[in-house]
Design a protein around this ligand. Sequence first.
Ligand code: GLA
Length: 732
Amino acid sequence: MTIHFDENKRQFHLFNESISYVMELYRGTYLLQTYFGERIQAFTQSLPYPLKDRSSFSPNPKDWPDRGFSLDSALQEIPGYDTGDYRESICAFTFCDGTKAVGFSYLEHTIFQGKKALDGLPATYVEDDEEAETLEITMIDAKRQLKAVLSYTIFAKRSVITKSIRYQNMGNQVLYINKALSSCLDLPDANFDLLQLPGAWANEKQLKRDRLSMGVHVLDSKRGASSVMQQPFMALMRPEANEHSGEVYGFHFVYSGNFKMATEFSFFEQTRVLIGINDHNFSWKLGANEIFQTPEVVCVYSNKGLNSLSSTFHKLYRERLARGFHKYQERPILINNWESTYFDFTEEKLLAFTQKAQKLGVELFVLDDGWFEGRNSDTTSLGDWIVDKKKLPGGLKQLAKKIQAEGLKFGLWFEPEMISENSQLFEQHPDWHLHVTDYPSSIGRNQYVLDFSRSEVREEIYRQVTQILDNVPIDYIKWDMNRNMTEVASVLRETDQQMETSHRYILGLYEFLEKLTNRYPTILFENCSGGGGRFDPGMVYYMPQSWVSDNTDAVERLKIQYGNSLIFPSVMTCAHLSAVPNHQVGRITPLDTRAAVAMSANFGLMIDLEKESSVDIDKIAEYLQWYKKNRQLLQFGDFYRLLSPFESNHASWVFVNEEKSKAILFFFEILANANKPFIKVKLKGLQESAVYQIQEQTYTGDELMKFGLYLNEELFGDFQSKIIEINRIDSF
Ligand code: GLA
């Protein structure tokens, strides 16, 4: 792996064994994108930049008046604004004279081993400088005294380039950033499908694939969180690409707030991909010498389809985005009381519950919402993190100790970023939430969003949360966030900085989480936002697992978890076996299938043990035992999607261990049919030359992958599933 700069051609080539990313300094000035894709040895062609016959309405830079070059069609890394490129811009500024024109020229570059951390922001990292190399290219608009340092890291053993930009005001006048995206990638053609993961509450990550068509297409969030509606992810796929073959570019933004992912398919059939903080309700005052750091974009290339793209994301996120004590630890099987009790519980009830759970083999009990004073519904008490002695007379410490004495770990739910109007905190600080003074405030789930852009607000919540964590032996925290921002303003902020609020909020949140997770390094943090409303790479940096969806219905989860698996590995993806009729959709699904779906990820329970029949309890105990035996593989193994629930009546996936000696195949048949077609699934990831055993029968690896395995013969009834263990017995 290396980053090579060719002095003669003024060309940068970032490459490893699988990918190349090539850029060129055209006429020594403009930083142009040349190639991103499968590794090439060298790039020698002169690209068709000159567009003489087509350039009539495309302006030319003044210094090159031969009409042979226009920024309007050049493939650029940092297009300017109002200076001849009419496509979507990567940035926009208002300078002290009120004007906006800006364009960047090359100044210098440096190449170094390793990867720098991004100040105050989550990002992928290296543990050893040999793992990656970084190129920083400084571009400047000398007239505007504005510098943009573009950072590119290539990982030695991953098909990954990460990108971000640091803007610096070199002048002595204030300027305003109106837009500061993190990456522009101009691809030379537009023959793509756009793959995205849109959704809604309890219906997250519904995979959609459409042909990219001319014009600008925006995927975004303006909600103050990455949101349930969109994931800050998209992929451009060749139309012929599928799960197992073909070219795919995947982009994921390491940020948890408002984002924008725009693709522009231009008339010259080029594709511009722009990713960064949404410019909606955003502006940033940049004083003399001040720096603005944009968050990181992870760009992944695969020429073997989506499965390989996912595998790159999974490994990168498991190994070099997640951090801390739990990163490589097998995660405990938890039971959460939410769907069993909601707000209605007492210490006695909880202890009866945990005793049963412990006998089943559960390892962690999570006390969900409702444990703090007055919290008997979702209308009250957020902001007052004081235990409710009516429900828990002995306090949290006593409860935790009793539960731990039974052999379970103890976990607790918090929603620290929120405030209820009916709370002591609101009485004391009626202006601590995001709102516009003397303007009506919208409520969401009966609550307001605390102004985490203010340090005194963060400090008070930090004080309350740490007071509990310092006194109660807590092993796990579920960090929830149940509404999006509205009337985004901060009372003490200057008028010309109000539009910094949503980004300052996210920076404040990150600062809080950095401090908290460092102070309690062994607590396992689970990220939640009404389900998957903020399950994004930014949060993964602080919390190594997330609740994917409030929808626990096994059939609905097939799609949600399938979509989620595009980017996030199973260990980060929490899935619970829940009661029937299901609380979100009312469906009755067989226990085996509910268990199979939940055990396809980071497994837990959300059932009322009192209400399950004794037969079921025994079965659940068996699942737990089986899961523990196979946990390493199911949480950390290689994952391959085989059949998509978005495309058929079936879903299937397989986990394979690193040595390829063991695989576990999951198969689901959604609706029953009489006289149904035969379904055969071709496995992936096995060793071709090995012999594998499935129950009493043996198969060769290549046979299982090339011919496949029949799966649906004896299934009867709706919502059926099968789990098949595949063990290597020999190589030939
Ligand atoms: C959110 C979470 C749920 C539960 C409730 C509690 O909706 O996603 O799992 O914790 O809050 O109020």
